[in-house]
Ligand binder design. Structure first.
Ligand code: ASP
Length: 358
C-alpha cells in the first residue's frame, strides 16, 4: 500500500495535537467535588453574631452552605447533596451505612474526583474512621465541620469548607485515606480526635501527628498513616443493612459490674472496655467481662487515657481471658473496628490481627 508521506505526517501531527489538547484539559480543568451535607454546627444558626454556644445545629441546607462561599467556584466544580440534617450526637450505624454506600457510589463515577462531607464535630472522628475502613476508592474523602455556627462572628465554617474542597480536589490527597480538615490542618481519620469542647483548634492527633496543612489554597502533606485503609481493608458494606451491637463500658474509681452486665443482657455482641491507664481491669469489672466472654461476647480492652498502646498481656492476661487489645484506638474508634470485624468473624485471633492492621 502506498502511503503519502505528507498525509501521514499531517495525520501524525493531528493525533499528537489532539492527545496534547486532551491532556491539557484534564490537567487544567477544575476537579469535580461533591459535598455531602449531614448537618452539625457548620450548618448551625444562632440568635446573634456573638452566639457561639446555645445555637441550633443542622438548620442551613447544603445549597446555602455552598452559596455562602462563592470562592469554592474558583477551586472546584461543586455540587451538593443533603444526605441528613442532624446534629452529630445523633449519628449512628444506620446513617453510616447510608453515607458509606452513597460515597462508594459517587466515587465509582469517573467524573467525580473527590468528596467533602460536612458534619457535626462531636462524632466527626467516628464517621471519618468508619468511612476510612469501608470506602472502596483511593479518591479523596474529606470530613469537615466547624466549632462556630454559620451566623457567628469569625465563623470557622466557610474557611474550613473552602480548605476541605481544595483538599478533596487535590491529587496530593489521593490514596491517603479519609481525611479530616479543620483549622487549616489535615489529620488522618484513624488517629484524629476532638480534644476541646469549644475552641476552633479542637481536632488534633497528639503524639502521632497531623498529616499537613492547607495554606495558600493548597494542601501541604508531610506524612501519611501506615495503617491500612479504604481499598486495602477486608470490610465491605455493599450488602450490609445493620451492624452488630457493640457498646462501650467506661471504668473509673469505684466502678462496679453493672454496666457490663447490662450490656450483655441487652444483647451486645462485643464490648469495648474503656479501662483506666493501660486498659487496666478493676477487680469488680474483670469477672463480669470474663463471664461475658464465656457467653461469646468479644471483649476489647481499650483505654480512657487517650494516648498510647494498650499492651497485650500487660495489665491483664489477654491470652488466658481470650480478650483483644485495642492498640492505639480510643474506645469510640475501637467500637467501630470491632463492629466491622464482627461482620467478618468471631475469632478473637483474627480480630486481634485486625486491630494490628487498621
Ligand atoms: N453538637 C454539634 C454536632 O456535633 C457540635 C458541632 O458540630 O460542633 O453536631
Amino acid at each position: 500500500m502506498y502511503l503519502n508521506p505528507m498525509r501521514t505526517l499531517f495525520a501524525l501531527f493531528l493525533c499528537l495535537f489532539l492527545l496534547n489538547a486532551q491532556a491539557q484539559t484534564t490537567a487544567d480543568r477544575l476537579p469535580n467535588v461533591v459535598i455531602l451535607a449531614t448537618g452539625g454546627t457548620i450548618a448551625g444558626t444562632g440568635a446573634t453574631s456573638t452566639t457561639t454556644v446555645g445555637y441550633t445545629a443542622a438548620t442551613v441546607g447544603v445549597d446555602a452552605l455552598i452559596k455562602a462561599v462563592p470562592e469554592l467556584q474558583k477551586v472546584a466544580r461543586v455540587s451538593g447533596e443533603q444526605v441528613f440534617q442532624i446534629a452529630s450526637e445523633n449519628m449512628g450505624n444506620e446513617q453510616w451505612l447510608v453515607l458509606a454506600k452513597r460515597v462508594n457510589a459517587l466515587l465509582a463515577k469517573p467524573e467525580v474526583d473527590g468528596i467533602v462531607i460536612t458534619h457535626g464535630t462531636d462524632t466527626l472522628e467516628e464517621t471519618a474512621y468508619f468511612l476510612d475502613l469501608v470506602v472502596k476508592s483511593k479518591k479523596p474523602v474529606v470530613l469537615v465541620g466547624s466549632m462556630r455556627p454559620s451566623t457567628a462572628m469569625s465563623a470557622d465554617g466557610p474557611i474550613n469548607l473552602y480548605n476541605a474542597v481544595i483538599t478533596a480536589g487535590s491529587q496530593d490527597a489521593v490514596g491517603k485515606g479519609v481525611l479530616v480538615v479543620l483549622n487549616d490542618q489535615i489529620n488522618a481519620a484513624r488517629d484524629v480526635t476532638k480534644t476541646n469542647t469549644v475552641t476552633t483548634d479542637t481536632f488534633k492527633t497528639p503524639e502521632l501527628g497531623m498529616l499537613g496543612y492547607v495554606i495558600g489554597g493548597q494542601p501541604h502533606f508531610y506524612r501519611a498513616s501506615l495503617r491500612k485503609h479504604t481499598v486495602d481493608t477486608e470490610f465491605d458494606v455493599t450488602n450490609l443493612n445493620a451492624l452488630p451491637q457493640v457498646d462501650i463500658a467506661y471504668s473509673y474509681a469505684n466502678v462496679g459490674p453493672v454496666a457490663v452486665n447490662a450490656l450483655v443482657a441487652a444483647g451486645a455482641k462485643g464490648i469495648v472496655h474503656a479501662g483506666v491507664g493501660d486498659g487496666s481491669l478493676p477487680a469488680k469489672v474483670r469477672p463480669a467481662l470474663s463471664s461475658a466472654r464465656e457467653k461469646g461476647v468479644v471483649i476489647v480492652r481499650s483505654s480512657r487515657v487517650g494516648q498510647g498502646i494498650v499492651a497485650r498481656n500487660g495489665e491483664a492476661n489477654d491470652d488466658q481471658l481470650d480478650f483483644v487489645v485495642s492498640d492505639t484506638l480510643n474506645p469510640q474508634k475501637a467500637r467501630i473496628l470491632l463492629m466491622l470485624a464482627l461482620t467478618r468473624t468471631t475469632s478473637t485471633r483474627d480480630i486481634q490481627r485486625m486491630f494490628g492492621t487498621y
